[in-house]
Design a protein around this ligand. Sequence first.
Ligand SMILES: [Zn+2]
Length: 384
Amino acid sequence: MTADPIVIARDLVRCRSVTPEEGGALAYLQELLAKAGFAVHRTTFAEPGSVPVENLYARIGTHKPNLVFAGHTDVVPPGDESAWRHPPFAGEVAGDMLYGRGAVDMKGGIACFVAAALDYVAANRGKPKGSISLLITGDEEGVAVNGTVKLLQWAAARGETFDHCILGEPSNIEAMGDTIKAGRRGSLNGTLIVAGRQGHVAYPDRADNPIRGLVTLIAALQAPLDEGSEQFDPSHLEFTSVDVGNATVNLIPAEARARFNIRYNDRHSLAGLKTLIEQRAKAAAAGRVHFSFDWQPSNADVFVTKPGPFTELAVAAIAEVAGRKPKLSTTGGTSDARFIKDYCPVLEFGLVGQTMHAVDEHAPVKDLVTLTAIYRRIIERYFE
Ligand SMILES: [Zn+2]
């Protein structure tokens, strides 16, 4: 039984699992895990308007606690393959680097956890003290509709419970062990719509130019939202587009729109944030600007994993192996942790994210070895 993370990572990179294609990656993991004694389930989820996606759930052990590792085998497309020094699906090791799409995000992370889990299981004669599970989706880089959300629901319906989760996304900024992600900001998209009255540009008194009102409201909405919180930076609203759609030079348009995104911290709830923005717009409008908001549904609410024994255990294992104490961070984009947090506490820890989604994505072999040792230590301590 191989438990070499480099071999597993290389083999996974060689599977062309460009989202939402399975590409052989889940079949590969299924075989590897089943041989080690894991009960492996493959599930395909679908719903109208989206492509079906394959997922995998594997578990060894029947007792609590159940430590679950979450990840995705799908990868973003390679782009122009001729721009790569090493072909994106060759899994070449050159100059102590493993090259290929997904080496960092996040087949490398999966390989390290699988290698660590197989080693732990072998050292305990196939019987871990609790349970080790893997939730692996093929739909993280896409729309994330037929992936982790449904896999978690499926597992819950089978009576599976999770005690703690490690999501193996590339969390480190510069070097192995510098960062654990212990929460994420929420993300909310909205459109501000100001209604005016169309008219000839030479007779503005007969029209009501919505652009004036829009400018007033945009200025008002850029006021700070808060000063940050214990584990988060200040929330931030950023306008992403201003649209009037007027191709005519002598026309005052009837409507003006501005789109924006808010990355918000744990000082706000989704509903409370919408109310705050609407109140600020109302105050700035002072009854003279006719406006409305169109809010996009959001499945990315803010969450934070509070420090506790699990976090301390992970921090200690990382410090012991990597020789540096990781920072607990909540920066960056959203991830599947936003779904997992409804089932159990989740920490994100994986490789260094520098080259993810880039041409010549690569992971240093020594980082793969270090990450495997860290996961191995976390598993060991978890069941002590
Ligand atoms: Zn990822």
